[in-house]
Design a protein around this ligand. Structure first.
Ligand SMILES: [Zn+2]
Ligand SMILES: [Zn+2]
Length: 347
């Protein structure tokens, strides 16, 4: 099969022939029809992710058709249209038994722990636990645009963040996951303040339902700007970018008893990020993490997508062939950009 392969961190990837994958007894091989490009792919390519070993094929936001199923798979057969969360759970550890597949103790992640979906085929483990069926009316491109970013944003806003109608929700960083969060929070009836350096990203955020915007390139203290716009601070704030500055700004933009959800990855060299803990204590803030979304939580989100309440396809700003992925991957470092790029191996 053809796949996008890199041999060294940070050096150009290339499309080349590699052996076809085979399904594990509990797994499937999916023929990739569309796959999203994400900033976590860039982190993996740069060597920031300890799970990645070389040579490597990135890609974890995929949709496609089951090509082959292992002997122990009971729920899926060749021809089924599917997508999958980026965290593939084992289905049998203590976290999985509690329904918390997104923090599975023995998780695998296509494009990180093994070769991913910037390829014609991808192998996925524990298919009965992890695959999500797609309705005929849901296009592969729309399904690829769901995850990780849209599904991650859905869990961050709805489950971890508990966004409620009428609340103020601040979203720091309006790339793919941030814009998804804006759309989901607005659909939940919350009033959204979008924060970003890019006028283009803020324009998109406004289109997706943001009630107010803070231009971080023109404002010295974005946290203070959010507190002023919201009459004392947001009830819920998300760091959707993942940087020490946006993390601190998100915590700083909360009102008393507010909730901060960390969604953007924070890969600093020593793995730690400063947080204004004095404020966390004095205001009784909650600090929460959000890590993907389990397959069993997808039906509720897909229902809202099917009803047109949530429109992840609006986030897709470009569709490129597999051959263009290497360049798009490199560009993510300098210009993460607004919106989502989806690669289609057959185009
Ligand atoms: Zn597990
Ligand atoms: Zn992703």
């Amino acid at each position: 099969m053809r796949a996008v392969v890199f041999e060294r961190y940070g050096e150009p990837a290339e499309v080349r022939e590699v052996p076809d994958p085979a399904p594990a007894p509990h797994g499937v091989v999916v023929r990739v029809e569309a796959t999203g490009l994400c900033r976590s792919d860039w982190h993996g390519w740069m060597g920031h992710d300890p799970d990645v070993t070389l040579p490597h094929v990135p890609g974890h936001e995929l949709a496609g058709v089951v090509e082959a199923a292992g002997a122990r798979v009971t729920r899926w057969r060749p021809g089924d249209r599917v997508t999958v969360p980026f965290v593939c759970a084992c289905g049998s550890c203590a976290a999985c038994a509690a329904g918390d597949h997104q923090v599975c103790e023995r998780q695998t992640q296509p494009g990180f722990t093994h070769w991913g979906s910037f390829a014609e085929y991808v192998a996925l483990d524990h298919a009965d636990v992890n695959l999500v069926g797609l309705a005929e009316g849901t296009s592969f491109t729309t399904a690829a645009s769901l995850g990780c970013r849209f599904a991650t944003a859905f869990r961050a806003v709805v489950a971890q963040g508990r966004a409620a109608a009428g609340e103020w929700v601040a979203v720091h960083g309006c790339g793919g996951v941030g814009l998804s969060a804006v759309m989901i929070a607005a659909a939940s009836g919350a009033r959204v303040v979008a924060v970003d350096l890019s006028p283009r990203a803020l324009e998109l955020a406004r289109g997706f339902g943001a009630a107010a915007c803070v231009d971080a390139s023109a404002v010295e203290d974005t946290a203070a700007a959010v507190r002023e716009l919201t009459g004392g601070g947001a009830h819920l704030s998300l760091d959707a970018l993942g940087s020490p500055a946006t993390c601190a700004a998100s915590v700083g933009s909360l009102r008393r008893r507010g909730r901060h959800v960390q969604v953007g990855l924070l890969p600093s060299p020593d793995g730690t990020t400063p947080v204004p803990m004095s404020r966390v204590i004095a205001l009784e803030l909650e600090l929460l993490g959000s890590h993907g979304m389990p397959a069993h939580a997808y039906p509720r989100m897909l229902e809202l997508v099917g009803a047109g309440v949530l429109r992840p396809e609006l986030l897709v700003t470009s569709t490129v062939p597999l051959a263009a992925v290497a360049r798009a991957l490199a560009e993510m470092g300098t210009a993460p950009g607004a919106g989502v790029t989806v690669a289609e191996p057959w185009s």
